[in-house]
Design a protein around this ligand. Structure first.
Ligand SMILES: Cc1cc2nc3c(=O)[nH]c(=O)nc-3n(C[C@H](O)[C@H](O)[C@H](O)COP(=O)(O)OP(=O)(O)OC[C@H]3O[C@@H](n4cnc5c(N)ncnc54)[C@H](O)[C@@H]3O)c2cc1C
Length: 453
């Protein structure tokens, strides 16, 4: 039995890891010259200053256990770092002014971001009727129903829209925040659900895991460790161009003219990439995958002298709602969140692009940096030029999960033979732990199927 995994991002690597643990022979094929896909940690150096920046993900949530568990299996728990809470010092832009996110009771009462009416509507959340079915809805509809329009416009929409680089009116709640629907279903609402889970948490043995984690050498350390411990057939610069039936097997052809035979295939590639690969297997599945939207996304880490950053307000992060019509979507002060990754006397600012102004991701680097400099000057008063920077971008690289997405994925999978499986950020959750879970589940299901269990 031989299984081929297409795509060497975190999903494909996790699938290969699961196959190896089960003793199943596998090949892992990656089109580019490096492993990890969007997981990319990069060193920046100039003069005597050194920085570690992340191109894609920078933290892992531990409420989803898969990344922690994998780190444990790989023997990496001693490399884990705690980047602290994601929301402290985070501001939101409203009508061109910065407001701290009203996450504490005092901030909530005093914030000018919400009117009194908006605050009262939020406080009335426990009295809203609970929806207890499993039907999907948009993030926006959910927040409007539970907390009101103002909470959506001013506070929760920008945060969730920023995290998922998406329009909350289109984004499926069941993909992005199913935990909120669970709280409503089981506890009757967000407030009651939070109390119940705190009560359950109090009864459980206290966990020593931080809420968010990273690794000392960046998240790519997990990719490097996986590659180090994987002993199967691993190939870089191996771009798959077609997958075709060949008797009871599949023929996987690569761009260099070589090919492989497989008894089962895991597509750990984005929907649009998978669509092109399966057109000879199922035109309908291929067509449906091609209609799944994939947004541009990019990040740029810029290094400034600390003295060039205005002392006030002390911003750790800034969320920029799309209605503000800016060229950038969010800003994180990495050097404040993870000071050990930077040299004293410097500030590292990570800027997210591609949501509000997708064209930014296609600009030349010079033009992109000029736009970012202008935005940082207008929004945060940073008028100095950066000392250096590093840009990362993915055109059509960020999958969007519209309302009804999970049902669509189920339907597409039914169109495929059982020995071809889909896994990764386009399908059942976009965060790294979701990708690890999907890669491993696909590998486990395929091995059991092929072993006739
Ligand atoms: C800016 C940004 C910030 C993020 N922040 C976080 C965060 O803080 N925390 C978090 O948990 N998640 C975060 N995410 C999400 C997470 O990083 C991604 O969803 C995840 O890394 C995707 O992994 P993947 O393996 O499914 O896909 P990818 O990383 O896209 O990998 C797919 C791989 O398939 C390869 N491939 C494509 N076509 C072929 C082919 N024909 N043949 C062979 N190989 C092929 C590609 O080259 C690529 O390497 C972030 C993502 C981005 C972009």
């Amino acid at each position: 039995m031989h299984i081929v995994v297409i795509g060497g991002g975190i999903t494909g690597l996790s699938a290969a890891w699961e196959l190896q643990k089960r003793g199943i022979p596998y090949s892992l094929l990656e089109a580019s010259h490096r492993w990890g896909g969007k997981v990319i940690s990069s060193k920046l150096e100039f003069d005597n200053a050194r920085f570690l920046v992340e191109g894609g993900p920078d933290t892992l949530i531990t409420r989803k256990p898969e990344a922690w568990d994998l780190a444990n299996e790989l023997g990496m728990l001693d490399q884990i770092t705690n980047p602290g809470s994601e929301v402290s010092g985070t501001y939101v832009l409203d009508n061109a002014s910065l407001h701290p996110l009203p996450v504490s009771p005092t901030r909530f009462i005093t914030t000018p971001l919400l009117t009194l009416r908006g605050k009262l509507r939020m406080l009335a959340e426990p009295f809203q009727p609970a929806r207890r079915d499993d039907h999907d809805e948009s993030l926006a509809d959910f927040v409007r129903r539970r907390l009101g329009q103002e909470a959506l416009d001013k506070f929760i929409g920008p945060v969730l829209g920023g995290i998922y680089n998406t329009d909350p009116e289109k984004q499926s709640i069941m993909v992005s925040a199913p935990v909120m629907r669970e709280m409503e279903k089981e506890g009757g609402g967000l407030f009651m659900g939070a109390i119940q889970s705190a009560f359950r948490g109090g009864k459980k043995k206290k966990s020593n895991k931080p809420r968010f984690i990273s690794f000392k050498d960046g998240l790519e350390a997990m990719v490097n460790e996986l590659v180090r411990q994987l002993t199967g057939d691993l190939r870089l610069n191996a771009q798959v161009v077609s997958v075709k039936h060949e008797d009871d097997q599949y023929q996987i052809s690569m761009s260099d003219g070589s090919s492989l035979l497989a008894d089962g295939v895991i597509f750990a590639t984005l929907a649009n990439q998978t669509s092109a690969l399966i057109k000879d297997i199922s035109t309908e599945a291929s067509q449906q995958l091609s209609t799944m939207r994939q947004q541009h996304i990019g990040t740029v880490s810029l290094v400034y002298r600390e003295s060039d950053i205005p002392a006030k307000p002390k911003v750790n992060g800034l969320m920029i709602p799309r209605r503000e019509k800016r060229m950038i979507d969010a800003v994180t002060f990495t050097s404040r969140k993870m000071p050990e990754r930077s040299t004293e006397g410097y500030a590292v600012v990570r800027v997210f692009i591609g949501g509000g102004a997708p064209e930014m991701v296609e600009y030349s680097e010079d033009r992109m940096i000029e736009e970012i400099k202008r935005e940082l000057a207008e929004l945060l008063g940073i008028t100095a030029a950066p000392q250096t920077w590093k840009a990362f971008r993915w055109e059509h690289g960020f999958p969007q999960a519209d309302v009804g997405h999970l049902k669509r994925v189920d339907e597409i999978e039914k169109l495929l033979p059982p020995n071809l499986t889909l896994a990764g950020s386009s399908y059942r959750g976009i965060a790294m732990p979701d990708c690890i879970r999907q890669g491993r589940e696909a590998a486990a299901a395929l091995s059991l199927y092929l072993q006739g269990a």
